[in-house]
Design a protein around this ligand. Structure first.
Ligand code: SF4
Length: 283
């Protein structure tokens, strides 16, 4: 299938100004580039969870699986392990991935499952009209916490670094060129690729005026150095008014879960070929 428009005719119900539009159009542009480079888009699968973000599965005209809350990552992992030739992109929300589905996220990173996880991190449950999530700041006042949440947010990048993620990045819906290159890099990466996207929720938690003066692009450093990456991801804890670095924080190559599985089940010459293939990718 070629020359697809990639946006479906489904009625779009996102609020005006929602950052989900940026992610949708950025992903569409990445897919268009891939198609122009000869990639068969039928070999790409989009998996979404539940929440405002998840409607992207309705709005992008590619193979997709609209899963259930918190379970998009195991669905994506299963698809990849069943057919390793597919590229699997998993769009999830912060409530989806950092609350109910957190264990799946950690284990997908730990196993280095070869999927791309894009977190639409608006730091609020938008679809259910404004409750706090694991990345909402301390004191966030929403429907379930009218006096302010007593919890501090978790830092998803630090968590992914500790869990074994092999591509860890942060983007922002108002920096679309950079977001495009981060998503493209994640799709090209072999292994578990994680992109936390600061997504504006125009209706329940519009952080535009707080983010815009504070975001800056990460400077050059050795992206395979976990120590430096750890320092960088800790600069902002998702709670303070510190500057917010955007970009690729960490990347390393490692055998993926499906490669290890093949490894285990192959013997003799086939096994040696696989090892040589892997070593060649590291040169
Ligand atoms: Fe977007 Fe927020 Fe509206 Fe949901 S509630 S569609 S996240 S602006």
């Amino acid at each position: 299938m070629t020359g697809r428009h990639l946006i479906t005719d489904a009625q779009n119900t996102w609020c005006p100004g929602c950052g989900n539009f940026s992610i949708q159009h950025t992903l569409k542009n990445v897919l268009t580039d891939l198609e122009q480079e000869g990639e068969d888009l039928d070999q790409i699968v989009l998996v979404s969870g539940i929440g405002c973000h998840a409607k992207i599965a309705d709005y992008l005209d590619i193979n997709s699986f609209y899963s259930i809350h918190g379970r998009a990552i195991p669905v994506a992992s299963g698809i990849k392990l069943a057919n390793r030739d597919l590229k699997v992109i998993c769009c999830v929300g912060d409530g989806d991935a950092y609350a109910e589905g957190l264990d799946h996220l950690i284990f997908a990173a730990k196993r280095n499952i070869d999927i791309t996880v894009i977190v639409h991190n608006n730091r609020v449950y938008g679809l259910t009209t404004g409750q706090y999530t694991p990345t909402s700041p301390h004191g966030f006042k929403g429907k379930s916490t009218p006096m302010g949440t007593l919890e501090y947010p978790l830092n998803p990048l630090e968590l992914m670094l500790a869990s074994g993620g092999t591509y860890i990045a942060r983007g922002y819906t108002q920096k679309r060129d950079q977001l495009k290159s981060l998503i493209r890099g994640a799709i090209d990466h072999k292994g578990f690729a994680f992109v936390d996207v600061l997504q504006i929720c125009a209706t329940f938690f519009n952080m535009t005026s707080q983010y815009n003066p504070r975001v800056y692009p990460l400077q050059e450093y050795d992206r395979s150095d976990a120590g430096i990456a750890c320092e960088k991801v800790r600069e902002w804890d998702y709670n303070s008014d510190a500057p917010i670095a955007l970009g690729l924080f960490y990347q390393r190559s490692a055998l993926t879960f499906d490669e290890q599985f093949r490894h285990q089940s192959l013997h003799g010459k086939e096994r040696q070929i696989l090892i040589e293939e892997f070593l060649a990718t590291r040169q």
